[in-house]
Design a protein around this ligand. Sequence first.
Ligand code: PMV
Length: 324
Amino acid sequence: MKKVIVSAPGKSIFFGEHAVVYGVGAIAAAISLFTTCEITSTKANNIQLNLENYSQTFEFTDLEDMGMNLPIKFKPLSRGFQLFNQRYKIDFKNINIKISSQLFRSSGLGSSASTAVALVGALNRYYGLNLEREKISNHAYEIEKIVHGTPSGIDNTICTYGNLIYYKNKQFEPLIIPFNSQLLITFTNMAHDTKKAINKVRTFRTNNPEKCEQIFQEIHSIVLEAKNALNAADLKTLGSLMVSNQELLTEIGVSNSIIDKIVKISLENGAYGSKLTGAGLGGCVITLGNDKILKNISTILETEGFPSFSVPIDKVGLRVHDEK
Ligand code: PMV
């Protein structure tokens, strides 16, 4: 029996979401919550797909069958298989693919990108293609296009390479990580729809071109200042830049009352900064502070009913675990 196990981290955008879609720089970190893809050879002459988080398993006679019968919400996965079939002439048979994730879905933590990268990484490993990370990230980008049309590419990049990066126009540079665990992630209890949020920003931009351009330029300045603050390990400045970024995200219409409430509670209780992360309109909020402050804020937010947890930055990105 042949088996490969590959996983990819989730992510959090610290600065510049949405603006990054229009070519503005952004800063993102990989977080230590993972999507794992396990591929095992089977005797059955078919493709078995086990999506653990959805408690759903599927069996397909071939790729065409998968394309026709996999429910529409899992279409990005079928795009991944098609891509490998077209580019590398792989005729999928006799395999069982199991995918499981520690990430909340539709929460701004990159569950779709993390899944795409883990799947591409696992197919690469199982079929011995020896693809470079860059290629893996590019293939994951193709899958991400199915998820929300015009992705900036930041999600597949950070989930592939890990660490903390500055990203702009499909190029990235690693940044020094100035802290260990002082990042709190709080779930609004509202799944968000990335496509909807992106469309909302697009409409805002169409209706207010000058205003939107000015906001994106301000976000650009924040991102550049944040790069300097990260280099100087100046967490307080980083926090206040988060607050400024959050205000601009509110102006373009992607915050909401729950996000505002979490940010407010965090700031009132001593956080250096707090903002939505990812597409917004739900999803998660990130909060920066010292460990003691964050512990207290986390307790308060949990009491208010918001799941709240600290996660370290993942410094590895896509990784292979085990094979037989
Ligand atoms: O919420 P997520 O994880 O889908 O992140 C979306 C980030 C955006 O900047 C809004 C879109 C993108 O492609 O960069």
